[in-house]
Design a protein around this ligand. Structure first.
Ligand SMILES: [Mg+2]
Length: 119
């Protein structure tokens, strides 16, 4: 069986490295802002889940989320918001816009894996 494919969207290089270690059993695809993530989605029709940072340059996670939820091809892909302490408002907006779950930095490995496996 092919490993499930996860798109990681975050402007922090550290987060990408961390996910590479934590999510070794998955196939990861990387983007560093919303615009790049849209391009990556266009090139990978088989993304199973998206881990999404909100605060990013060029195109924010919220803007990216609004765009994919308005797109019939991508709107069913579950999105998990990676939220930052003190930015609860963004998380609430994201969940209202159709994100499936949120996880707050710093999160435990077990917590992250549970959320991903559930979705
Ligand atoms: Mg960020």
């Amino acid at each position: 069986m092919q490993p499930r494919k996860i798109l990681v969207v975050d402007d922090s290089k550290l987060i990408h490295k961390m996910f590479e270690v934590l999510l070794r059993q998955y196939s990861l695809v990387h983007a560093h802002d919303g615009l790049e993530a849209l391009q990556v989605l266009g090139n990978h029709a088989d993304i199973d889940l998206i881990l999404l940072d909100i605060n990013m340059p060029t195109m924010s996670g919220l803007e990216f989320l609004y765009q994919i939820k308005a797109d019939d091809v991508f709107k069913e892909i579950p999105v998990v918001i990676i939220s930052t302490e003190g930015r609860e408002e963004d998380t609430i907006r994201g969940l209202e816009a159709g994100a499936a779950a949120s996880i707050k930095k710093p999160f435990g490995n077990q917590e992250l894996l549970e959320v991903i496996q559930r979705l």
